[in-house]
Design a protein around this ligand. Structure first.
Ligand code: MN
Length: 267
């Protein structure tokens, strides 16, 4: 069984090393990860530049492939070129920093897992909150159990799991919660600064403080010391709204621009 392992913190990040070690013996783990940090790049892909791949060695041993691109690039390249076929599973992480709520949308870690789902491969994104007492080694051990359970049950097409570990000492994890994504914005700010030439520049300060309480969410779970497991899908269609906006006057709108065009009038 082949497992593709990637991340957005880069091929040399401690999180990918920890999960690679933990997955030993489960299958053939192939690391294809960005050669530099790609946190926050979301689902970007590289179109304007060539993608270079190089062999990465850690402590004199072959570790994996470093790609000069985004996490989504890595998954595409791994499946189409490096692995020459579909792996059984795509694992992305372990990211140092939680990927909850809207951060899911900015996350390169989650994007890599989404890319796996797009290619029809079961996928899991793994992230560890680092605000308190993060234990990467323990998160990696539990991740293996999560992955083994996922392999037993599988996922419907287009789906992936987003796993977040709380930032608590290993004896203090309270349990596992199946959660939904927090949907409100976080408190954020922009730092306005001056460079040595006196010119203004800005720095986005990514806040983690929530703006509205929402029950049953990923962020609530990790804040309360639980591991959060959120099923995600990349289909962004709002299925509840399909019928509702279907009742709007689309026919009249169509008739309006159709008539206007025939009469040579402005729409
Ligand atoms: Mn990251």
């Amino acid at each position: 069984m082949k497992i593709l392992l990637t991340n957005d913190d880069g091929v040399y990040a401690p999180g990918i090393g920890a999960i690679r070690k933990s997955l030993q013996g489960l299958g053939e783990v192939v690391v294809v990860a960005p050669d530099s940090e790609q946190s926050g790049v979301g689902h970007s892909i590289t179109l304007a530049h060539p993608l270079r791949v190089r062999h990465v060695y850690v402590d004199g041993e072959f570790f994996g492939y470093g790609v000069g691109g985004s996490p989504a690039d890595c998954v595409k390249l791994a499946v189409m070129e490096i692995m020459k076929g579909q792996p059984r599973l795509v694992v992305s992480g372990i990211n140092l920093g939680s990927n909850t709520g809207i951060h899911v949308l900015y996350s390169g870690t989650v994007a890599a897992a989404i890319e796996g789902a797009i290619l029809g491969i079961p996928a899991v994104a793994l992230s560890l909150d680092v605000s308190g007492f993060p234990d990467l080694e323990y998160a990696a051990i539990i991740s293996r159990d999560v992955i083994e359970l996922l392999l037993k049950h599988d996922l419907p097409r287009g789906s992936l799991l987003n796993v977040n570990f709380p930032s608590v000492k290993r004896g203090e994890i309270k349990g596992i919660r199946i959660t939904k994504q927090y949907t409100y914005s976080f408190e954020e700010s922009v730092d306005r600064r001056k460079d040595p030439a006196g010119k203004t520049y800005y720095w986005l300060v990514g806040g983690r403080e929530i703006t509205v309480e929402e029950k049953g969410t990923d962020i609530e779970a990790i804040r309360q010391g639980y591991i959060s497991i959120t099923p995600l899908r990349y289909d962004l269609t709002n299925h509840e709204l399909l019928e509702k906006i279907g009742c709007w006057d689309w026919g009249q709108l169509y008739q309006h621009f159709k008539d206007s065009t025939f009469l040579g009038k402005e729409v």
